[in-house]
Design a protein around this ligand. Structure first.
Ligand code: ZN
Ligand code: FE
Length: 261
């Protein structure tokens, strides 16, 4: 089977929109609806007919265009069961462990509460790609608006269990800011310094830093690295203990530092 076709385009100030396309099946899905105009323009551009919206969470820059896009295309809306009441126009509710077919492509759903109560991510294991909304960013993670650090850490661990070469599509271009913060908590991480320099070059040329991979994130993203001795020293939790409670605490303190950065 051909890999699913992915078209990514900028929306709003720093969001990305995504279209997934299976030509054989005549199926096209938009991941979230940050902005109606660019989504409809991208569909027109590609000559694709929208059949699905896959919502990650209820925030306006992710579900705000749902009704207008549905009205314009007649698509079906799939979104998080845990937040169905806040997803405009939702037709199908999904949650942890659910699988469905997008054309010929398996999509696996995970609940990733933390940023919002009902956040989900969509993983296409056979294609080696995932759409993670505002759960994970390049060298960052979503703010904890509606969840606890323990919830978010457990959500991020689900992503960390994916193969390292999984290509991860985050919903925002926050990468340069995230890199600057990451360097303050783990300045001795050489992979991080190199990545920060690469990212500056990409952004200077106005090139997106997305997708990333889980392997790169595990090596450079401070929110996936509470086991790092340097990060533990930075947040004042150095010591031999790597018990699970300890990792959550390191994650929580790292997130708190970022909130003030
Ligand atoms: Zn959000
Ligand atoms: Fe967002």
């Amino acid at each position: 089977m051909k890999p699913i076709e992915i078209h990514m385009f900028p929306c709003l100030r720093d969001n990305y929109g995504f279209l997934l396309h299976d030509a054989e099946a005549g199926v096209t899905a938009a991941v979230d609806t940050p902005e109606v105009g660019p989504i409809l323009a991208a569909l027109e551009d590609k000559g694709w007919r929208l059949t699905h919206i896959l919502n990650t969470h209820h925030h306006h820059d992710h579900a705000g265009g749902n009704l207008a896009v549905k009205e314009a295309t007649g698509c079906r809306i799939i979104g998080p069961r845990a937040d169905a009441a806040r997803i405009p126009g939702i037709d199908t509710e999904v949650g942890e462990g659910d699988e469905f077919l997008l054309g010929g492509h398996t999509v696996r759903v995970h609940d990733t509460p933390g940023h919002t109560r009902g956040h989900v991510v969509y993983h296409l294991p056979e294609d080696g790609v995932a759409f993670v909304g505002d759960t994970l960013f390049v060298m960052g993670c979503g703010r904890l608006f509606e969840g606890t650090p323990a919830q978010m850490w457990s959500s991020l661990q689900k992503l960390m269990s994916w193969p390292d070469d999984t290509r991860v599509y985050c919903a925002h271009e926050y990468t340069q800011d995230n890199a600057r913060f990451a360097l303050t908590v783990e300045p001795g991480n050489d992979a991080l310094s190199r990545r920060a320099r690469d990212v500056d070059k990409l952004r200077a040329a106005n090139v997106p830093t997305i997708p990333t991979t889980m392997g790169i994130e595990k090596a450079t993203n401070p929110f996936l690295r509470p086991m790092s001795d340097e990060i533990r020293r930075t947040v004042g939790l150095a010591g031999p203990s790597t018990a699970e409670a300890g990792l959550v605490e390191v994650f929580a303190r790292t997130r708190a530092l970022k909130d003030q950065f």
